[in-house]
Write a protein that binds this ligand. Structure first.
Ligand code: ATP
Ligand code: MG
Length: 289
């Protein structure tokens, strides 16, 4: 499986000319892939597990994977499936909800900074500081709750946030935190189908929320905000992966492939033993014999 070729159309390393219309949410329904999906996913999950073990052992790089999406796009199930083979000790998932009173007393990157992965670990952000350019932009009244001083919330604030996020991500990569940002791009029609399923199936009822239904009214505003966000924050060191998400199996395969490619690019290896350490291992063997 050529991972690089699979992800190439969806990996945005320079956002300047990006348009969301470039990528169809229902792209990817390729029968030849679908037929082999179980085998392909099993292979990818195993490969990811190997790479994660090296990441952990080498203990120099950390990896931050950010997931952003509209409701019902499949963030939770993608995280669950793609990382199913990864050692839980080396991986931490954190979900960002509406900010608490304490969080609102700080600058907007504060809470994310506290959840960054250690070296050797994979950190998953289920939503992130990017909400600050999405939901907060679509619902401006949320900005008023942020207690920013007068004069700092003018129309230029979104461009400033993009600039601050770009700098923050540059800083992270310079410190050995590798970044991959994933937007699961689902269509409004597919979201409707998934919401209906949540209503139809008793075991899915708990996932349904009327608030999510309300947000559908703002679909166009959200899409504009996503496009702007990607245009301003997709960079070579912190690219966006815009994943067609109407077919869940395809989205999961693309996400797995992208994480594998990213980890592969770090050229990870198990730590080399020094002559002295090798000698100690030899001695340990004789003591065990
Ligand atoms: P699920 O519904 O699958 O459990 P979710 O990520 O949608 O997962 P919810 O608790 O439903 O979780 O929603 C979290 C909410 O918090 C979202 O509506 C999101 O927009 C909001 N949120 C996250 N970060 C911020 C932020 N910085 N400012 C305001 N709202 C935010
Ligand atoms: Mg939700």
């Amino acid at each position: 499986m050529k991972y690089r070729k699979l992800i190439a159309p969806y990996l945005i390393s320079n956002g300047r000319k990006f348009r969301l219309a470039q990528i169809r949410p229902d792209d990817g329904a390729r029968q030849e892939l679908k037929k082999r999906i179980d085998e392909l996913m099993a292979g990818s999950v195993a490969r990811l597990s190997e790479l994660q073990e090296k990441l952990y052992a080498q203990n120099t790089w950390g990896m931050l994977i950010i997931f952003q999406a509209m409701d019902a796009a499949g963030k939770d199930s993608t995280i669950k499936h793609v990382l199913s083979g990864v050692n839980p000790q080396g991986c931490e998932v954190f979900s960002f909800k509406q900010p608490s009173a304490e969080e609102l007393n700080h600058d907007f990157l504060w809470r994310a900074a506290q959840r960054l992965p250690e070296r050797g670990r994979i950190g998953i952000f289920n939503r992130s500081y990017y909400e600050e350019t999405l939901v907060v932009r679509v619902h401006r009244e949320l900005l008023d709750k942020q207690k920013l001083p007068d004069g700092l919330t003018g129309p230029g604030i979104w461009q400033e946030r993009f600039e601050d996020i770009r700098s923050f991500e540059r800083y992270l990569t310079r410190n050995g935190i590798s970044l991959l940002k994933i937007f699961l791009h689902v269509s409004k029609d597919e979201q409707q189908r998934r919401f209906l399923k949540r209503l139809d199936k008793p075991e899915k009822n708990w996932k349904f929320s009327t608030a999510d239904l309300e947000e559908r009214k703002f679909w166009k505003d959200y899409m504009d905000a996503y496009e702007e966000m990607i245009r301003h924050t997709a960079t070579p060191h912190a690219p966006w992966l815009v994943v067609p998400a109407d077919h869940k199996w395809f989205a999961q395969l693309v996400v797995a492939a992208a994480i594998i490619e990213k980890l592969d690019s770090l050229k990870l290896s198990f730590p080399r033993m020094t002559a002295e350490q090798k000698d100690q291992l030899k001695k340990a063997r004789t003591r065990l014999a």
